[in-house]
Design a protein. Structure first.
Length: 218
């Protein structure tokens, strides 16, 4: 399973790279706003340090304008993955970007298995179902991931399931159990995967016993 960081914060991204945990990055207009920088500059800075896909999102809603923005974003770096919304214009743009620009596309704002089916048919590289936002409506985000996995496997679609809007470590575990290809999560959530009270307790006990030996490893 690949780990993408759902952030435009360079410091956080660098920390995950140093930990050896990072396979890519996803951004969106809200994350660019939070970063306080210009989309072209922030995306370039991220692409300079990340080898994997870096999603940058178009903000136009009409096909022609989406394509114009996709051209601009694609010029930033070869690993920029164009993110388009799950609308008819977005799907049309996805098809063109894949076939004519030969670029990776991340179809975002997916909330149902049928939407994911359309994205796969449009040749999307990634589909981003927003599990946290689905949970917020009282439905089960992970059920949607499970349905998409089954549909993609039924027809051997190569589109990767990029579990998005991840809020908890349990979302990560469930996505991994189902067989989602990628999770994108806030860096704090990815780092929280390491936590277990018995690890802390065990380490404290080992260190206390070690201190009693009076030894040093040298
Ligand atoms: C993913 O690509 C999206 O940017 C992100 O996961 C949305 O998450 P949110 O629902 O926490 O805003």
């Amino acid at each position: 399973m690949k780990f993408f960081a759902d952030t435009a914060d360079i410091k956080e991204i660098r920390e995950l790279i140093d930990l050896g945990l990072l396979d890519g990055v996803t951004t969106n207009p809200s994350l660019i706003l939070k970063s306080g920088g210009k989309i072209s500059e922030v995306t370039k800075q991220i692409c300079d340090i990340v080898e994997g896909p870096v999603s940058a999102e178009v903000v136009a809603t009409e096909y022609k304008n989406m394509m114009a923005e996709a051209e601009v974003l694609a010029k930033i770096a070869p690993n920029v993955t164009i993110k388009v919304p799950l609308t008819l214009d977005g799907l049309k743009a996805c098809k063109t970007i894949r076939t004519e620009m030969n670029r990776m596309v991340n179809v975002t704002l997916c909330f149902s298995a049928n939407q994911a089916l359309l994205a796969a048919k449009a040749g999307a590289s990634f589909i981003s179902p927003f599990v946290g936002r689905i949970d917020d409506t009282g439905s089960d985000g992970m059920e949607v991931i499970q349905e998409i996995r089954q549909i993609y496997d039924n027809y051997d679609f190569q589109t990767e399931i990029l579990t998005a809007s991840v809020r908890t470590v349990n979302h990560v575990k469930q996505a991994a159990l189902i067989g989602a290809d990628v999770v994108t999560a806030p860096p704090a959530t990815l780092k929280a995967l390491v936590n277990h009270p018995l690890t802390d307790k065990g380490l404290a006990a080992f260190l206390a016993d070690w201190a009693k030996t009076g030894q040093k490893i040298s």
